[in-house]
Write a protein that binds this ligand. Structure first.
Ligand SMILES: [Zn+2]
Length: 218
């Protein structure tokens, strides 16, 4: 039971940063902890057990009346997909490295820890925020796109950077980094040298990109 309490507290901590105005009941948090984080199957049964839906109630009906829970569930699912993609891509490699001990909760706890109080994540090097990088790549609106690449891994999502490139993907070794910093630094340049010689130029570049975004979104 203590284990579940810990997970609920983690979910609550993350949602406070991400959705400061939304209200979640203790049962909502337990549902999200069990279904979204602990990956307990049988969504409807958990909702029923917690008294969130009645005998005839449907999962869709519950989400229709509780949009904030639906948004929270989708948001945690998107984080899970990042974890899963990373884990699977590592498994396919000749020399895979451990990704958070195959433990989604550990990954989610790291993600929560690296999310500032205002809910907007930033590159650990140049400090560009995730909204700016996403807007620059404007995945779904080609006419608003300011940066594009044929490389699939080059996207508007902040990447998961290992400070020590030979180390595992674990909480102590990972930070969020923008696609420009992560790929420029790669495994060649120390964090210290990167900050000294490259980050000032990258900051200037993002300031320029922000101007370009503004021009395309008057
Ligand atoms: Zn950066």
């Amino acid at each position: 039971m203590d284990e579940l309490k810990k997970t609920k507290e983690l979910v609550e901590k993350y949602l406070k940063k991400k959705y400061p105005d939304a209200q979640f009941t203790d049962e909502d948090l337990e549902f999200l902890a069990r279904f979204s984080v602990k990956k307990e199957p049988k969504e409807r049964e958990i909702l029923k057990e917690l008294g969130l839906i009645s005998g005839k109630g449907t999962v869709q009906g519950y989400y229709a009346d509780h949009e904030s829970v639906k948004n929270a569930k989708d948001c945690i699912q998107a984080i899970y997909e990042r974890f899963n993609t990373k884990r699977n891509s590592q498994k396919e490699k000749e020399h895979p490295v451990d990704v958070f001990g195959d433990d989604f909760e550990a990954f989610f706890a790291w993600w929560c820890d690296k999310t500032p109080e205002d809910g907007i994540r930033k590159c650990c090097y140049c400090e560009v925020d995730e909204d700016t990088v996403r807007a620059a790549f404007a995945k779904d609106e080609k006419d608003k796109c300011v940066i594009s690449s044929k490389k699939r891994s080059f996207s508007g999502e902040l990447q998961i950077e290992r400070k020590d490139p030979d180390g595992d993907y674990c909480a102590d070794n990972c930070e969020f980094a923008c696609v420009i910093c992560n790929n420029a630094k790669s495994d060649m340049i120390s964090a210290e040298d990167f900050k000294k010689f490259f980050v000032p130029g990258i900051k200037e570049y993002w300031a320029h990109i922000e101007e370009e975004i503004k021009k395309k979104n008057p």
